[in-house]
Design a binder for this molecule. Structure first.
Ligand code: SAH
Length: 255
């Protein structure tokens, strides 16, 4: 093949296939080649004649270069991410690879298809904790120094944002979540709701809403998103089950 092909970066959403957008489904169906982390590729319905290039989760930039090279050769390549591809995921890796890579890759038509990011799915499950202003931080210090993570977390807490923490913990990064919750406890009330949303939209989904004072004792893993409430975030009890969590949009005054 000689004419440049296409590269579409899609998000599969958090897990529930009903949260896959029709545009992402179309990009999966039309691809000659799918590129991505193995477990994500397994979530794409099989297509006759389609090639699948599964890789490890840690080699994003290499995977992006590989996908660009395939597309430059004329293939219709779809790169797969969980959630939204632009949120701590493959889309940024594709553009980073493009910027520093073979000039021939610039002829590839690159499209990004949005997906439902974990934060939105987790929020919807418990109510409306992101109803006011919020921010998202990745707690991973693989790609940035911990000092930067800590500085951003402190700044977000200081202005009373609800804070969604992606990549809170892994076997290689066992202490970062505990450290973040300790920092939060120095700024926010012990009663602040903290949401632990694990594997949302998958069979092993589990949600815990705890108060900040005891949040350090709640189990979390790589598939968990943690949301620390703002001073205004509150719980509304329901007759059965865990209370709803919401953050009002109206903000009276800084507490
Ligand atoms: N692009 C993804 C995020 C990738 S970073 C998105 O938009 O959702 C990986 C982190 O996302 C995980 O450590 C976890 O914090 C969060 N995450 C991804 N899928 C999740 C799910 N189904 N439930 C809860 N958190 C999830």
């Amino acid at each position: 093949m000689s004419a440049p092909g296409t590269l579409t970066v899609v998000g599969l959403g958090p897990g529930d296939p009903r949260w896959l957008t029709p545009a992402a489904a179309q990009a999966l169906a039309e691809a000659t080649d799918l590129v991505g982390y193995g477990p994500y590729l397994d979530r794409a319905p099989p297509q006759l004649g389609q090639r699948r290039h599964a890789s490890d989760n840690r080699v994003e930039l290499e995977r992006a270069r590989f996908a660009l090279e395939l597309a430059a050769q004329g293939h219709r390549v779809t790169v797969v991410s969980g959630g939204d591809p632009g949120v701590f995921a493959m889309a940024a890796a594709v553009f980073e690879a493009l910027e520093g890579g073979d000039p021939a890759w610039r002829s590839v038509l690159i499209t990004v298809e949005p997906g439902v990011t974990a934060m939105l799915a987790a929020a919807a499950r418990v109510g409306a904790p992101l109803g006011g202003d919020f921010c998202a931080l990745s707690l991973s210090d693989n790609l940035k120094p911990w000092a930067v993570v800590e500085q951003r977390l402190r700044a977000a807490l200081a202005v009373d944002f609800v804070v969604a923490l992606y990549n809170p913990i892994s076997s290689a990064r066992p202490w970062q979540l505990g450290a973040a919750l300790e920092i939060a406890a120095t700024v926010r009330s012990p009663d602040t709701p903290v949401i632990f949303a694990r594997a949302i939209g998958r069979a092993d989904e589990a949600i815990t809403v705890a108060r900040l004072a005891v949040a350090g004792g709640v189990a979390a893993d790589m598939a968990t998103l943690v949301v620390i409430g703002a001073s205004t975030t509150r719980l509304v009890p329901r007759r059965e089950g865990a209370p709803y969590v919401y953050t009002p949009r109206r903000y009276e005054a800084r507490p």
